[in-house]
Design a protein. Sequence first.
Lengths: 207, 207
Amino acid sequence: MDQDIDNTQIAADIQADTPNEILLAALKLFAEKGYFNTSLGDIAKAADIKATSTIYQHFGDKQAIALKLYESIFDNLNVSIDEIRRKSQKSSEQLHGIVDLFFKLTDDAPYIMQFLLVLNTSEFLPKQNPILETPAFAKVVKIIQSGIRAGEIRNIDPILATTYFFGIINNTLRMVLNGELDKKAEVYQPQTWLAAWNLIAKKSTCF
Amino acid sequence: MDQDIDNTQIAADIQADTPNEILLAALKLFAEKGYFNTSLGDIAKAADIKATSTIYQHFGDKQAIALKLYESIFDNLNVSIDEIRRKSQKSSEQLHGIVDLFFKLTDDAPYIMQFLLVLNTSEFLPKQNPILETPAFAKVVKIIQSGIRAGEIRNIDPILATTYFFGIINNTLRMVLNGELDKKAEVYQPQTWLAAWNLIAKKSTCF
DNA sequence: GTCTATACGCCGATAGAC
DNA sequence: GTCTATCGGCGTATAGAC
């Protein structure tokens, strides 16, 4: 049991085995430098491995590493969203749960949020769904749709409402990730949540 | 005079000479496939040039092409923003002018907006300012600051207000660029402007 | 100013010993 | 299962003819 469980929480099965070391090193480097600026040599070094060939024992090729990361992150995101939806029926509370998750991840697992919000996965995973066509995203749209039916959310195009809502949330988190907003994400969470929610809520308090 | 002046409007000096052909080809390819998935061979072919060596007659290296694009786009953006600021004193009208420009560019020069909103320029232009530290961005913050002083805009952190405002605007444009929103940008402009403006305006009409 | 031809290096990927 | 050693190719960049 290592004590470096910082960024791994969401990164699937937490095992201190070599494949996971490789994944964590790759996630960090991809987030920091981008996929194409990261060589297998970089990953090997960061994972305390002497030979790049060792990587091929665990992954088919470089893309496969990125793919595994992509799948881990979205699988975990899916599970988290399902849990959030089970806890409450109200769209407002479900959305609040997702926002809470995103802000926590930004502070606790910034590499994962960098992967989600900043990297253009379609550039190195062309066969994979772009984030906006991912099951996780579809679930968010569903939440907003049912919020509209329930009268919680204004009657506008659900896709557009989702675009506005996460435009605010994600842009704020991007600004935190790149240091343009210099405090922890949690500092901005309350007012950012209010701004985003009031934007789509039916009975907005206006300020 | 060629008739393909589609995407060139903002791309600086419009001349049908070879350097400009190269820049236009590169812009298109970078926007479509990303910088690292685009080889000099790709650019040469798209620019109707037989030899990659010709490119080196006009640009120092591959990065220099991206740098020239970066400078052209931001120089033109700067000029446009200055013009907009000169036309009116009111922050609301200045912001509306910028929003109008962004939506028009998304419909008329999508490659430029892709470059601005989607590409991670810091991955291939590490020495250049990230977009958020660009003079153009600083001017937007200034507009919002003076809007706060004038009582037009609510008294919140100008950086945060800018983040919210362009979170909505830019995310909407990103959704148009990738086809997730399937109509022209101009279709979404009125309600998106209202959503973004009411979010930061002091006397919001609420809906 | 554009071409042909070619050099060079990096990095992804493989073979095979231990 | 990790290592050493090496290959092959792609893509950047250069030399030099026309």
